[in-house]
Design a protein around this ligand. Structure first.
Ligand code: 6GU
Length: 236
């Protein structure tokens, strides 16, 4: 078990734990293997309407999350000496990679701020040292689903949460290749057989087949990963 502590700041705390409450992450959560607290940002707003957003300076469409309200919410869950990284989920962030996921899983936890509206006042990003993170090149309606994705990726790596057999999967990804194809019973499915080498019992040949399949699928689907692989470990 670990002391990994995740605080999520959101306008929709009812979205948590959501999918993180089931399966292995959910079991680990129930057993105290990690902690999750979702905090309502609006609780730190003032005035009769408890506004958390306002119109953008300079004009334009949409609304911007206020720096003062968000700063109060952050300070309530993450004092200045908190060693946990503070992540702002936003499509303009740095793309999340497995290497950062591993770093986060090795640390004390995370504070995650879920952006909504057209954006967040830049001054709270700088003053509270928020690390802007994106989960891909598409736009979600808010950072909550992205936060769940990030936490799922991190929690499965926590020691004692999912078992060590799973870490091999991520290692293979960090080698820069996609996973090879997998098969199981029955041996024939709708006239299609399992590649015979996988049933040969020859482990060296199985390994060679899997490596070749991983390389082929990576070259076809992810020319970006394939170029890096060839330039580094590939050596071919
Ligand atoms: Cl982190 N947030 C939102 N709203 N959209 C995204 C995203 C994050 N990552 C990709 N698209």
């Amino acid at each position: 078990m670990t002391g990994f502590a995740a605080d999520v700041l959101t306008l929709y705390p009812e979205m948590f734990p959501g999918p993180l409450g089931v399966s292995l992450a959910g079991r680990a959560l129930g057993e105290g293997g990690w902690q999750l607290t979702a905090t309502q940002i609006r609780d730190f707003a003032e005035g009769r309407h408890r506004n958390v957003d306002d119109t953008p300076a300079g004009g334009g469409p949409g609304m911007v999350m206020r720096a003062d309200v968000l700063a109060r919410a952050i300070d309530a869950v993450s004092p200045p000496d908190d060693s946990r990284p503070r992540l702002l989920m936003t499509p303009r962030g740095a793309p999340l990679k497995q290497a950062r996921v591993r770093e986060l899983a090795a640390g004390p936890g995370v504070v995650i701020i879920c952006g909504r509206f057209e954006g967040v006042d830049e001054r709270v990003i700088s003053r509270r040292r928020l690390e802007e993170v994106s989960i891909g090149d598409y736009v979600l309606s808010g950072g909550e689903v992205a936060a769940i994705v990030l936490l799922d990726a991190v929690v499965r790596l926590l020691p004692g949460v999912m078992g060590n057999d799973l870490s091999g999967l991520a290692e293979s990804f960090e080698e820069g290749l996609l996973e090879h194809a997998q098969y199981t019973r029955p041996p024939v499915f709708e006239d299609e057989v399992i590649p015979p080498v996988l049933l040969s019992g020859d482990h060296a040949k199985v390994d060679a087949w899997r490596r070749a399949d991983a390389e082929q699928v990576t070259a076809e689907r992810r020319p970006d990963l394939w170029a890096v692989h060839r330039a580094t470990k590939g050596r071919k």
